[in-house]
Write a protein that binds this ligand. Sequence first.
Ligand SMILES: *Cc1c(COP(=O)(O)O)cnc(C)c1O
Length: 375
Amino acid sequence: MHQLQMVDLKRQYHKIKNEVDKAIEHVLESSAFIGGPDVHQFGKELAEYLGVKHVIPCANGTDALQIALMALGLKPGDEVITPSYTYIATVEVVALLGLTPIFVEVDANTFTINIESVKQAITPKTKAIIPVHIFGQCVNMEPLLALAKEHNIAVIEDNAQAIGSTYTFSNGTTAKTGSMGTIGTTSFFPSKNLGAFGDGGAMFTNEDALAEKLKMVANHGQKVKYYHEMVGCNSRLDTVQAAILRIKLRHLDEYCYARRKAADFYDKALKNHPKITTPYRAPYSYHVFHQYTLQLTDFDRNKLHEALAARKIPSMIYYPVACHNQNMLKNYHPAEYNFPVTDMLLDKVISLPMHTELTEEELTYITQNVLEILG
Ligand SMILES: *Cc1c(COP(=O)(O)O)cnc(C)c1O
């Protein structure tokens, strides 16, 4: 058996090595390293896949969030609602731009933003909400979109962990994650569900004017070269990454399916154990399992983490600290927040290896050891 990894990128690469190597060589030969035809083509292909009008590639998922906030023209003092249970990038960019992050609670079963908590957090200063499709589970978008519309608030979907997931509305229509908000953002960090071989990111929108603005912000605030309308930044997806992503996009559905298959195996083996709660699959969400995250009761998850490590099985704690309690954000009144669900999750969660290449043999080894350790 291979040395187990949280994410096995090498085995995935070897399955598409011929195609990828050829595409990289093609970019090298063309020497169009920045903004080459592959960047444009990838944007078009991803837009088609997601069912959105515009995809604007950029340098990484953190930039995508920052550029989205800048393109919306938010001003210092404007409030942006985000879950506290997320990767720090979601919140960091809000603070970086001088905006005020307002934290909200999540739901215990989905780990995603709690609608009631959002409702209570809305003030006249609220300008945006950033729902995060965390671990591959889609946020319940229908009530969130209705709430945002009622208060005229922009919605930025942080889709870094759930590209390929689908949301089903109550009338039966479906939409890809990232395509429902004012702007959607994603990351192509190598370990994400659609990962490049380096950094990358993108923004999505259906609004023409907003697409122009996003492009402009990402390109030094210019529409016409050397004529700078506003302060922007420099954030580009490079051509080699775009060429690789074009190939991997063709495999994305199959990658999502492979992750779901691994999750099915885990579920079956672990769901009846009294100390384990396996991941909930919300009926409106096609879960794409960026992570496979257990909640443990009556067992210290740190002990499980250590015991698994001793058996050469990696596991991870996503996340050990809530964003509002990070030192970085200590000026944003952490003491005013009381999030029992977030606190409970931070204490109980542990993520097992999850990627597209897990074999039955590996899954059997992992689950048998988890069960043995928990007793
Ligand atoms: C990975 C991630 C990001 C940031 O993406 P980078 O490409 O690493 O900048 C943002 N939000 C969430 C939820 C993420 O998981």
